[in-house]
Design a protein around this ligand. Structure first.
Ligand SMILES: [Zn+2]
Ligand SMILES: [Zn+2]
Length: 472
């Protein structure tokens, strides 16, 4: 994937510019940042074992939301861990999935305010359904629900398909207005007729929204990302999609006015492992790096999430079509991918008594945040970044180290949770390593990497070739 990005990005950017539709700043930034993500030559944090003095270097991550599979995977794990330990109480949780009519997909992809409205309408329709189902309440009580919406901009074939997954406490919280702890009343699964009712409500209210947001220059790429394209059967990789299939309801959903609704997956209150798996599924990144392969003729193959009926296993693209699809999947700035509703919302008066843990402080823009390598696991292939280093950490690193200590789910804890090993365990003596410095200075980076025999050259995009024809 990185090879494709490296060789194709510049051509796409220059073709866009010469077609009079230069890629927006946030897209260019994202492409540049992903190229540098996890590359030691672009800077790193340095950890040291206090017992034996062994060092380990951890490259910075780009923390972007669209293209980078490594950061997407990390965000997925972080979000799932956060939800299970700090947001969702021990109640049954149902997944509601809303797909949008074809005609709405492009406007929604272009305009995140419109998508926010649709998400709001969907949540309100589910809330109405649950309130009606749970029924009456006493005086001085209110019936509230709790939900978390996940925006997915993509389908399983590197296609642009914005849709919503909502994890909903399967029932309602009866909340005393005096602030005492609510009691949870669970419900049974929605019947088909009830789902149709929900969907009708959504369709009617969405139809009333009118927004006119002009083309921001990316519509040609979005059209390419929605196009049918070419699929083929290729003998590459395996197509085990078990984890994902588990959360895609077997029974058919209901349809109305081009909308489609599923609500067939529910996790029991005491099955926190399944809940975390479901959270990871709904929070997963758009692009899975492991599914991208470059063919001998230079084209790019992307393994489909599910083989098609004709047995096709891969989408096959030119490098430029691949880039167009990637770019269309990048969420515009200020478009949250996760939203909390009802008693899970930050401003809810009952949030503190409903959710299991305190809110974590946010350090999302913390420039010093430590990240992981291309595949999310530096340590697995990263022994080469360990060793005893003769270079003393610069004293300027001290402030940065304090910032690292502030990060919330620290990197090693997260990896341990996800993959079951402790990345900061010293491979020399078994002690616990600590971050001691952040290295950004070009000269210091080169000195350290040369000492370790590592590549110190920063990655660059290959020069543009002939312009592509996406704007023709
Ligand atoms: Zn990244
Ligand atoms: Zn040690």
């Amino acid at each position: 994937m990185w090879r494709v990005l490296r060789s194709e990005a510049q051509t796409l950017m220059e073709s866009a510019a010469s077609a009079g539709a230069p890629l927006p700043r946030y897209v260019q930034d994202e492409l540049h940042a992903s190229l540098r993500c996890g590359v030691l030559a672009c800077g790193f944090a340095r950890a040291r074992c206090p017992d034996c003095g062994r060092d380990k270097l951890v490259a910075f991550s780009c923390k972007k939301r669209g293209v980078c599979p490594s950061c997407g995977g990390r965000r997925m794990s972080e979000t799932a861990a956060e939800l299970v330990t700090r947001v969702v109480p021990e109640v049954p949780v149902r997944q509601w999935v809303l797909s949008l009519p074809w005609a709405l997909r492009l406007p929604v992809a272009r305009d995140s305010a419109l998508l926010t409205k649709v998400a709001r309408i969907f949540f309100e329709a589910i809330r109405e359904h649950l309130r009606a189902k749970v029924g009456g309440h006493g005086p001085g009580e209110r019936v509230e629900v709790g939900a978390v919406t996940f925006v997915q901009r993509f389908g399983g074939a590197l296609n642009l398909n914005p849709h919503l997954h909502v994890l909903v406490a399967d029932g309602a919280f009866v909340c005393p207005e005096d602030g005492r702890a609510p009691r949870f009343v669970s419900t049974v699964a929605p019947m088909r007729a009830e789902m149709v009712e929900v969907l009708r409500g959504v369709a009617t209210r969405v139809a009333r929204i009118t927004t006119v947001r002009a083309d921001d220059g990316l519509d040609a790429l979005r059209a390419a990302a929605m196009a049918r394209g070419t699929v083929a059967r290729l003998p590459l990789g395996d197509d085990a999609g078990g984890e994902e299939l588990r959360f895609e309801a077997r029974q058919r959903g209901v349809e109305h006015a081009g909308f489609n609704l599923h609500a067939g997956v529910c996790v029991a209150a005491d099955d926190r492992v399944a809940l975390e798996r479901l959270c990871r599924y709904v929070a997963r990144p758009a692009v899975c790096g492991g599914r991208v392969e470059q063919l001998e003729d230079g084209r790019v193959a992307y393994r489909l999430k599910h083989p098609r009926q004709g047995g096709e296993t891969h989408r096959v693209m030119t490098g430029q079509e691949f880039m167009a699809r990637l770019v269309a999947l990048i969420p515009p700035p200020r478009s949250p991918l996760v939203r909390y509703h009802g008693v899970f919302a930050p401003h809810s008066p009952w949030r503190a008594v409903v959710v299991p843990g305190p809110r974590r402080p946010h350090h999302r823009d913390d420039a010093q945040r430590v990240g992981c390598g291309h595949d999310g696991i530096v340590v697995a292939d990263g022994d080469h970044v360990e060793g005893n280093l003769p270079v003393r950490p610069p004293s300027a690193g001290v402030a940065a180290v304090q910032q690292i200590a502030l990060t919330t789910w620290d990197w090693a804890t997260l990896l341990k949770r996800v993959w079951g090993f402790d990345a900061l365990t010293c491979t020399g003596c078994g002690g616990r390593m600590r971050f001691i410095a952040v290295i950004k200075d070009r000269a210091v980076i080169e000195r350290i990497l040369k000492h370790l025999g590592e590549d110190a050259e920063e990655p660059k995009f290959a020069r543009a070739r002939d312009p592509c024809d996406l704007w023709a």
